[in-house]
Ligand binder design. Structure first.
Ligand SMILES: [Zn+2]
Length: 117
């Protein structure tokens, strides 16, 4: 009778061990399946090109914002050529290129020295 009583806890311990093994296997699968490839393969260049793409999008958004500001500015200054200095003198916030390009105002179009029109 006493032997039978000691068996159930043993079985419990065995189940606990296999469940821990299963968890470790799942964690290992997750680790090697998800975490390893990005660091092991040479995908660093992909990451930086994604950042570059994001910056060029940000630059385009800046230029579009600036072009809208120029349109508004031109309503108040119909005979004048918009320049960065003239816009800033009117309190217009002139954004800057996230990659350090300079903005050149051509009529009502803004060009970036790095990203073009
Ligand atoms: Zn730019």
């Amino acid at each position: 009778m006493q032997r039978k009583r000691t068996l159930p806890p043993r079985r419990h311990a065995g189940f606990g061990f296999t469940s821990i093994l299963l968890v470790l296997l799942v964690l290992a699968a997750l680790y090697f399946g998800y975490l390893r490839p990005p660091s092991a393969t040479n995908s660093g260049s992909v990451g930086t090109s994604a950042i570059d793409a994001g910056r060029s999008v940000a630059c385009r958004t800046n230029r579009q914002t600036l072009e809208r500001s120029i349109t508004m500015w031109a309503i108040d200054h119909p005979q004048q050529q918009a320049t960065v200095g003239a816009l800033e003198a009117e309190g217009v916030h002139v954004p800057s290129c996230p990659e350090g390009g300079s903005y050149d105002i051509d009529g009502r179009q803004v060009r970036c020295s790095l990203h073009g029109p």
